[in-house]
Design a protein. Structure first.
Length: 231
């Protein structure tokens, strides 16, 4: 093991926010603009290629996640899930629907759609895949293919109770505002780890700290999405 697992990231103090970076303009967050940007992306570089390091020596496995962008009247929302507490990997964490690619999956897109259907019951009839983000390497030895998709409203979710504790939506505009992005530094014996978080508190909630602590690979992939949309 090259470094210890970070079991309580919410307890790691925030070093600051990235308020010096501009938010993505509202016009770029509309469905047509998102389609155009993913169809013909400009020159850009992802900020994060992976978590850095590994918790084990097993060979990396391919996985795929869906970044579901729900086209609501009030603006595009990102559909996220909270994993159940008993899972061996990433228990209780906020994540995109997705998972390990199987030999029967023809592509990362096919894997992301299959896993999304299995985990939250969102069928392909509601989903329009518009592109992919660069592969992200996790500390748990997965090469994650993020698949970006627009989602038509009107669906009814059916959560896999074993894997998914709940599903919720966060405004894309919130996640594409770096002033909401917290920087953290975790020091351990032999090294340190830097990561971002994007704590989300729904309107009207009085919960402290934030009930939805978006961090790790999910936050890093969203940060890469910010870099693409702001390029």
């Amino acid at each position: 093991m090259s470094r210890p697992p970070l079991l309580n990231p919410q307890a790691v103090p925030a070093l600051g926010f990235d308020s010096h970076l501009p938010a993505v303009e509202a016009a770029r967050l509309r469905p047509d603009a998102l389609r155009a940007r993913l169809a013909a992306p400009p020159l850009w570089q992802p900020e994060f290629k992976g978590d850095g390091g590994s918790l084990d020596a097993r060979p990396p496995a391919n996985a795929a996640v869906l970044i579901p962008l729900v086209m609501r009247e009030e603006g595009v929302q990102v559909l996220l899930t909270r994993r159940t507490e008993h899972l061996r990997s990433h228990a209780g964490q906020i994540s995109f629907p997705g998972g390990r690619m199987e030999p029967t999956d023809a592509s990362p897109e096919a894997a992301a759609l299959r896993e999304t259907k299995e985990e939250i019951g969102l069928g392909a009839d509601y989903i329009e895949v518009i592109g992919q983000l660069p592969i992200y390497a996790t500390v748990t030895s997965f090469r994650v293919h993020p698949v970006v998709a627009l989602v038509r409203p009107g669906f009814e979710l059916q959560l896999d109770a074993f894997e998914v504790a709940e599903a919720f939506e966060v405004p894309l505009s919130f996640l594409m505002t770096p002033a909401r992005h917290q920087r953290h530094r975790f020091v351990f014996d032999g090294g340190e780890r830097h990561f971002y978080s994007m704590p989300w508190t729904p309107a009207g909630s009085q919960t402290e700290p934030s009930p939805y602590f978006i961090w790790g690979a999910t936050a890093a992939i969203l940060r890469n999405f910010y870099r693409l949309l702001s390029a």
